[in-house]
Design a protein around this ligand. Structure first.
Ligand code: HEM
Length: 214
């Protein structure tokens, strides 16, 4: 039987997922080895990234292919702003500059997400399915080790059960009318999305890492 597209994406990118999951910055974060400013720095980078991703989602919500993936319960920007107010205070915008890697990421989002539905879905999948998976574990660790509740970014009450949502999302990937060639381009864009995310984590590591993680 032919492999489902959702399974092919996961299989083709699992090596890069492993690299992302093992980023030193994330290891140190879940062990509570970073200053709280390190967590705030990550939330700030997410704000820059989701501002563009969610601008694209708004632009594509009526697109016959990409619009299927847009869901109001996924919208993260208001939660990110609330978390940044809690972490950095009302003047957070001046204390949350984008890193060089984040600027490369947002440049790529602007280049592909607005006029290539498959490119938008590649980036949308990489972030939101990650937030609904490992993100849930990260949030629990952050609440525990830093004693902060500024983790509303990871609260996806608006989509219902994360497991069921992910199943429906994979079904939508499998049902989308993409040719084999287009599917290949989308997998390549997911790989690039992982690279861009890893670079953001490396920038954060350079800024905040204490070097204690193995
Ligand atoms: C501490 C770090 C991380 C952990 C522990 C983790 C863990 C996991 C786990 C257990 C799953 C499988 C969930 C399921 O099948 O329902 C998953 C899926 C996923 N993660 Fe991560 N993850 C981490 C970091 C990341 C990062 C940094 C990204 C990208 C920005 C990411 C993107 C994804 C994606 C796109 C999926 C969906 C894969 C698929 O089923 O197609 N993850 N993660």
């Amino acid at each position: 039987m032919d492999e489902l597209f959702s399974a092919a994406v996961r299989r083709s990118t699992e090596g890069r997922h492993r690299d992302a999951e093992r980023a030193t910055f994330l290891s140190e974060l879940v062990r509570g080895e970073l200053p709280l400013a390190g967590y705030a720095g990550m939330v700030a980078q997410h704000h820059h990234i989701y501002a563009v991703l969610e601008e694209a989602a708004a632009a594509l919500r009526t697109d016959p292919v990409a619009g299927v993936f847009v869901h109001d319960g996924l919208t993260r920007l208001p939660a990110l702003e609330a978390d940044l107010v809690a972490l950095l205070g009302p003047g957070w915008r001046d204390r949350a500059p984008a890193s060089a890697a984040t600027l490369r990421y947002t440049d790529r989002l602007r280049a592909v997400c607005f006029d290539w539905p498959g490119g938008f879905v590649a980036h949308h999948y990489t972030r939101y399915l990650g937030d609904l998976s490992g993100g849930q574990y990260l949030a629990a660790a952050v609440r525990k080790v830093y004693g902060t509740t500024a983790t509303s970014f990871y609260d996806f009450a608006g989509v219902g059960s994360p497991a069921r949502f992910k199943t429906r999302y994979r079904e939508a990937l499998d049902a989308a009318p993409w040719s084999a060639e287009e599917r290949g381009r989308i997998v390549d864009e997911v790989l690039l999305a992982y690279d861009l995310n890893i670079a953001v984590l490396e920038d954060l590591g350079r800024e905040y890492s204490t070097g204690k993680a193995a």
